[in-house]
Design a protein around this ligand. Sequence first.
Ligand SMILES: [Zn+2]
Length: 262
Amino acid sequence: MEEYVLNALSKGFTALGFSCHAPGVLKDNWHMREEDFPYYLEEIDRLRTLYRDRIEIYAGLELDYLEDTDEFVGAEYQEQLDYTIGSIHLMQHAKSGKYLSFDGPIEDFETLLKDNFDNDIQQFVAHYFSLQEKMMANHTFDLLGHCDLIKKRNTDNRFFDPREGWYKKLTSHLLKSARKQRVRLEVNTGGIARGSVKETYPSMEMVAECAELEIPLTLTSDAHQSTHIDFYFAQADDQLVQAGYRNLDVLMHGMWQSVSLV
Ligand SMILES: [Zn+2]
């Protein structure tokens, strides 16, 4: 974690937020273990004190929404945090009852598609977007995480073409719901950094629609290594301006504030 702070300092950051995958019922190798959470907060606190004069450091978590129980994993930690991200990575596999990620191994994506949706990709994608709407309706958080993550395994439009009308209808519906619920979205460059996708989450087509709806956005790197904390930020800034944005939301001096992009 200190390596991230040092990288942030060398890149001229004035603030940095950590947002590990929240601990809780999901016991796998990418969610924090419950017993590690106190250390996480202590270490953030130590770094915050150590670098107090040079950078602001924020403690966050990325919370997972579970479709079967409506649980927002990690919500009980919210009071101890500066910010949270609400995300969906998992669906419950109908046959086994296990949670499978649609942004992880392609086999899991294909298993969900086959067993839960009878190989109907439109239903699969529609279900993904509807889960995000449920999460927004039932829970509170600061940022909606990577809101078109379902495209991650769709390399070369292998499963669907996002330019088609049915897909646009789903993304429009999601964005209108976000607008109604006053939800802030992140523009996330992590998929590009890790070579999974060639564009941000969400796509710039969606960002242009966000601009029309005046949905507040923030720019995030979702970095899994310290050198990626500003990956693609310069390009994303340009694209955001082109899509119609003049301001971005940032967490600064303990408050979400709108700052000028131009
Ligand atoms: Zn995520």
